[in-house]
Design a protein around this ligand. Structure first.
Ligand SMILES: [Zn+2]
Length: 213
């Protein structure tokens, strides 16, 4: 099944590294991938969203970005990466390091998934939440909704909140544990499905979806 390969880079590669004797080979394949067009797309996304850039001098910010990307590829856990990058932060901002690190790890995973998905023409994904009680209301609304990578929603706006954070994809905002699951094969989606389109969520049949995709 192709979709689970994409679903959560962190989880997948952490497992591969721990339980698979080929962990090293997989990691080396990933590094090679980072030298090609997928790597360029990931770097672009990561740079574009980086909170770190606002919190640190630019050269340091780039080092932290590289560090986060490398560790995400290795499958290191978010808390562990947070601990590692704390050392880069000046004393005054150390308290923020944890939140920033977790956010960047999540955004990097999403960027990697997006780059891989779009490279094979998978322009839509299913927004998945961690489906527990800590999922915020606005993200519960998004659970199971089909989203186009280049037209993300504002979940807060869909939830009728006055304080919004702009439009973003699954996993791209602070304290978010949601992840995108690329749609590779329409027959794997259960129709009718919820689709985010033109600023709201619609229930669509496969035929209706094919007309707008
Ligand atoms: Zn979320």
């Amino acid at each position: 099944m192709v979709t689970h390969l994409f679903s959560d880079a962190g989880r997948t590669w952490r497992q591969a590294a721990k339980h698979n004797s080929h962990g090293r080979t997989i990691y080396e394949a990933l590094l090679r991938e980072m030298n090609g067009p997928i790597g360029i797309a990931v770097h672009f996304q990561v740079q574009r969203n980086a909170e770190i850039i606002r919190s640190l001098p630019i050269t340091l910010a780039n080092q932290v970005n590289e560090h986060v990307l490398r560790e995400v590829l290795k499958g290191t856990r978010a808390d562990e990466i947070a601990k590692q990058i704390k050392t880069y932060f000046p004393e005054a901002t150390k308290a923020k390091a944890n939140l920033i690190a977790r956010t960047e790890v999540s955004k990097t995973s999403t960027a990697l998934t997006q780059a891989r998905a779009e490279s094979v023409g998978a322009n839509w994904y299913v927004w998945r939440t961690s489906e527990d009680s800590r999922v915020r209301g606005s993200h519960k609304i998004m659970d199971g909704v089909l989203v186009k990578w280049n037209a993300p929603p504002s979940p807060e706006k869909l939830d009728g909140q006055t304080r919004t954070f702009g439009n973003y994809n699954a996993g791209e905002i602070f304290n978010c544990r949601c992840y995108p699951e690329p749609v590779i094969d329409l027959s794997l989606v259960s129709w009718p499905a919820k689709v985010y389109y033109n600023g709201s969520i619609h229930r669509m049949t496969r035929k209706q979806f094919e007309r707008i995709m």
